[in-house]
Design a protein around this ligand. Structure first.
Ligand code: NI
Length: 391
């Protein structure tokens, strides 16, 4: 429904979208500090006459557009936070804040959803039901989505389905990638401390050697991935920090390591830490040391609902044709949109930003993308919402 109107509106609001995106890009804000970004989003919504609530779960903003008649309620979500990275990308609208950069595209998510808000607001007499526009803080760290849900954004009116998208560096510009089922992994964090008697590097037999225990643990952890779980079920376990020791000839009394576990299912998400703990028990038993294992569960796996994914796919196909809409390849990255997908039928999809023949790396100081992608993301969000509300 309204495909040509959506295209026309997105085209019309594209210059405004670029302006908003560049403003946010120049003044990036870290998680839980998105004050100006949230203020800008709220100001744009209010200027359009859209009912707007601010300060939800910190810096969250919710806009509500009521259609001509009562009907279903659909939620569209964008995240707003930036990263602690010093921008090295060569763009005329470079970050004016040293050490802070929009290196994941959340500036584009916010601008794209505001463009969709402008279009939906213009078309509000042509649809039934309600659109909730959710601008969310703290995706990169504490999971602002969970907090916004706890603050009640899925109620009054009750949300029937949620959609969101991420600008996507591994995919080609102009493409939209959709998939039902697991799309993004659960990005849990762990910390391990191995302790025991230290001593002279020349006399290891008098120590428990926490350095050797740590090395054994790192190797054994990989055999959980390669030997303990079903090889057809994907999972990653990466040890990313190892700290300990103070001199070349002193065996330390403790070593600490930290890392991440990535899984797509609840079962594996529980199983891997249990196996890690078994491994640590065995290593410390034979070495005469002790261990401390801490698990910080972050977001759940992001699993798209089949019917919601079908809506997103068909809406994108109406706008851009089947050849530009592809099956998404799941990512081991995480996204706190997962909290929405856990509660209500949802679909998160990707919008390609890589120039043909190349890849764009997220969370890199060189991260950059062409703003044409704003038209794609805004049109897809807008069209999907309209199509969902029309049946
Ligand atoms: Ni991101």
């Amino acid at each position: 429904m309204l495909v040509e109107e959506v295209k026309r509106c997105v085209e019309k609001y594209y210059p405004k979208g670029i302006e908003i995106r560049r403003r946010i890009h120049q003044y990036p804000e870290l998680s839980e500090q998105e004050v100006e970004t949230a203020g800008l989003a709220a100001a744009v919504l209010r200027e359009l006459g859209i009912e707007t609530r601010c300060g939800i779960a910190g810096n969250g903003v919710l806009g509500i557009i009521h259609g001509a008649k009562p009907g279903k309620t659909v939620l569209l979500r964008a995240d707003m936070d930036a990263l602690a990275i010093d921008e090295a990308a060569d763009v005329p609208f470079k970050s004016k804040k040293p050490g802070v950069m929009h290196a994941c595209g959340h500036d584009g998510h916010t601008a794209g959803l505001l463009m969709a808000a402008m279009a939906l607001n213009e078309l509000k007499d042509r649809f039934s039901g309600t659109v909730k526009l959710l601008f969310q803080p703290a995706e990169e760290t504490v999971g602002g989505a969970e907090r916004m849900i706890a603050a009640g954004v899925l109620e009054n009116p009750r949300v029937d389905a949620a959609f969101g998208c991420h600008l996507w560096g591994p995919a080609e510009e102009g493409t939209v990638l959709v998939k039902s089922g697991p799309l993004m992994a659960s990005p849990d964090e762990f910390a391990v401390t191995l302790s025991g008697a230290g001593g002279h590097g020349a006399m290891p037999h008098l120590t428990a050697d926490p350095a050797l225990m740590t090395a054994q643990a790192i190797v054994q952890f990989q055999s959980i991935i390669s030997r303990r779980k079903d090889p057809l079920e994907p999972a990653v376990l990466s040890v990313c920090m190892v700290h300990g020791g103070s001199a070349f000839n002193v065996i330390p009394e403790s070593m600490e390591m930290r890392g991440t576990i990535r899984t797509f299912s609840k079962e594996l998400r529980d199983f891997i830490p249990q196996e890690m703990e078994k491994t640590l028990k065995a290593i410390t038993l034979t070495s005469g040391g002790t261990y401390k294992f801490e698990l910080k569960k972050l977001f759940p796996p992001l699993v798209n609902d089949a019917a919601a994914a079908d809506f997103a796919r068909k809406s994108a196909e109406k706008l851009f044709g089947k050849e530009r809409v592809k099956e998404a390849v799941p990512s081991m990255g995480g996204d706190d949109f997962a909290y929405f997908s856990e509660k209500i039928p949802s679909c998160y999809f990707f919008v390609g930003i890589a120039p043909k023949g190349s890849k764009v790396i997220h969370h890199s100081p060189y991260f950059k993308w062409d703003e044409k992608a704003l038209q794609v993301s805004a049109a897809c969000l807008c069209q999907t919402a309209l199509d969902y509300l029309s049946v």
